[in-house]
Each structure stands twice: as structure tokens, then as C-alpha cells.
Write a protein that binds this ligand. Structure first.
Ligand SMILES: *[C@@H]1O[C@H](CO)[C@@H](O)[C@H](O)[C@H]1NC(C)=O
Length: 316
């Protein structure tokens, strides 16, 4: 019974990967934060294999949600990093790659087994993937978000990134998607990443998005390879716009917490219920006032000490 349920859910996840949860565990946000192609992961049918042997649609282990529930995750994208350069990884991670360590998301650091390897970008539909050694890892590195994040800060951030990448494609993770621009406010594109992380967090967690909209627009206009910029402009025709006037066509539309309208709905329903309760309470009090009023008239000046009057009060 539970087994067939599992199979059904698995089929559902395979057929409607985005419907179940829009997702993408990406490992190479910008530059140096990849995983080694040789890192071992467990695949549902292929068993334990190396990252470089994975294909899109493979199912690997990962975790989802506030409770970090272990689950199977669909590989949305897996690419070797451009060029044949070898990089030092530690237990399969570049030193600045962010992994999950107890309740925090932080750089793996220079520990464990150092090897020179080809780097891969890997994206799944979970909040984090888990390798064969049981280490959970994110798709981002300190090149993007420099500080340690709590899991609860990280979740809305990664969910927003997934909504964007599943709309536009995964080129945000390719370092060749961006270039340095001498005439830009910030000539080196990598120097804009920390600002973008800060504003992305502010937008995805608190719904304050105008600065985020502006900084992404600047980044896209001044640093993004034209072949990808075309896609972004097409998907977000109003990028850089005033998001307090209208979110339509902005990147904020995807990043801002989706429950804003739900919150309004809850407030509306909540106030309706409160109004009904107030009316009911008022009707009750009026009725009670009338009854006790009558009681006073019929029973004399001080009925409250009388046990029958008390019983009547309770009943009405
Ligand atoms: C470089 O940045 C400037 C803004 O300062 C922008 O107008 C220009 O298009 C950018 N260069 C390229 C090649 O995109």
C-alpha cells in the first residue's frame, strides 16, 4: 500500500516535476562554486555514481522544506564547467561552496580530502542535494552570498532562484553568461553578486523588492551576455520597473513571496469572522441586558446575591 503510494508519487514527480514543487538545486551560481565531477551521489536506479555520469531527469537524494525531509530529487540540469581546467575540491566541494552543516548554510572550507578535478554545475528540484557521503549541499557559494545563512533564510532564497531558473533556464549559473564592463558602475561582474544576494534575500523574505529589481536590471544590462539578455528581456519585459506600482513583467513578480495575496485574503476572511463574532457577542449582551433588566424589575433591587438570578445569568 505505502509502497504503491510511493511509486505513484514518484511517477507524479517525474511527470509533473514543476507542478509538485518548482525546483532546481543548482551548484554553480557564478563561477567558483561547483562540485567535483567525481563526487559520488546515489541515483535511484543506477546506484552510486559520479556527478559526471548524471543526466537530466536522473533522481538523486536530497532534502526539502523547513524540516529538511529526505527525498528523491530530479536532476534539472547538469553541466561540466566550460574549459578543461582542473580545480581543487575538498571531499568534492570547492572551498567556498555552501553546504548544510547542522542548522546553518556555510562554506565547506578547506578540509577533508583535496583533489584536483573538473567542476560540474548541478541543479535539482530539491532545496539541497545530498551526496553519497550524506553531506547536504546547496547550489550557491560564498561568491554569491558571503555570509553564513540559517536554513530558514536560505529556503526562500533558493525557492526564488528556482522560480527564476525554471522560467528562464539555467544560464544564471554559467560563468560565461557574464562579462566585465569598463563603463559600468561596477566594472567587475563578480563584485555585484554580494549586493544581489542581499537584495534577493530582502525581496524574497520581506517583500521589499525595489532595490533588488534595480540591481538585477543593472546586472543584466551591463554584464549579461547578449544571447541571454534577450531571454531575460523577453521573460521580464518590465525589468527594472517600479514594483510598487506594478509587478507585471518584473523579476520581482517571481521573487516576491507568493503569499502576499493570500495574506490579504486571510486578513479579509479574518476581519469578516471578527465582525460576525462581534455582532453575535453584541446580540448576546443586549439580550442578556434585557433579561437581567427584567429580572431586576421583577425581583427587586439586589438580585445578584440570589442563587436563582445567578443561574439565570449563566443560562442566558
Ligand atoms: C556597459 O555598461 C554600459 C553602462 O555603463 C552599457 O550602456 C553598455 O551597454 C554595457 N556594455 C555592453 C557591451 O553591454
Amino acid at each position: 500500500m505505502s509502497f504503491s503510494l510511493m511509486i505513484l508519487m514518484l511517477i507524479a514527480v517525474i511527470i509533473f516535476p514543476r507542478g509538485i514543487q518548482t525546483i532546481a538545486l543548482n551548484i554553480n551560481i557564478y563561477g567558483d562554486d561547483c562540485v567535483s565531477g567525481g563526487m559520488q551521489v546515489e541515483e535511484l536506479t543506477k546506484g552510486t555514481i559520479a556527478v559526471f555520469q548524471l543526466s537530466n531527469g536522473d533522481i538523486i537524494r536530497g532534502i526539502r522544506g523547513a524540516d529538511r525531509v529526505h527525498s528523491w530529487c530530479r536532476v534539472e540540469a547538469v553541466y561540466p564547467r566550460k574549459g578543461n581546467d582542473m580545480f581543487t575540491t575538498y571531499d568534492g566541494f570547492t572551498a567556498d561552496h555552501m553546504v548544510i552543516d547542522a542548522h546553518t548554510v556555510r562554506a565547506y572550507g578547506k578540509k577533508g580530502k583535496a583533489t584536483k578535478s573538473r567542476l560540474y554545475m548541478l541543479a535539482t528540484d530539491c532545496d539541497a542535494a545530498v551526496n553519497a557521503a550524506g553531506q547536504a549541499f546547496t547550489p550557491i557559494s560564498t561568491a554569491f552570498c558571503p555570509h553564513e545563512l540559517s536554513w530558514s533564510e536560505y529556503l526562500p532564497l533558493i525557492a526564488a532562484i528556482r522560480r527564476v531558473t525554471s522560467r528562464t533556464g539555467y544560464f544564471w549559473y554559467f560563468s560565461d553568461a557574464f562579462f566585465n564592463n569598463e563603463t559600468a558602475r561596477v566594472p567587475e561582474w563578480k563584485n555585484m553578486l554580494h549586493d544581489m544576494c542581499t537584495e534577493l534575500l530582502r525581496c524574497a523574505r520581506k517583500g521589499q523588492c525595489q532595490k533588488f529589481e534595480k540591481v538585477v536590471n543593472e546586472f543584466v544590462n551591463e554584464h549579461m551576455n547578449p544571447k541571454y539578455r534577450v531571454i531575460v528581456d523577453h521573460m521580464f519585459p518590465n525589468i527594472g520597473g517600479d514594483v510598487e506600482k506594478s509587478e507585471t513583467g518584473t523579476i520581482t513578480e517571481l521573487v516576491r513571496p507568493q503569499d502576499k495575496s493570500n495574506t490579504l485574503l486571510f486578513v479579509a476572511v479574518g476581519s469578516a469572522i471578527a465582525i460576525v463574532l462581534i455582532i453575535v457577542a453584541a446580540a448576546f449582551l443586549v439580550r442578556r441586558a434585557r433579561v437581567t433588566g427584567k429580572a431586576k424589575i421583577t425581583r427587586g433591587p439586589d438580585p445578584s446575591d440570589h442563587p436563582q438570578a445567578k443561574a439565570q445569568d449563566v443560562e442566558t
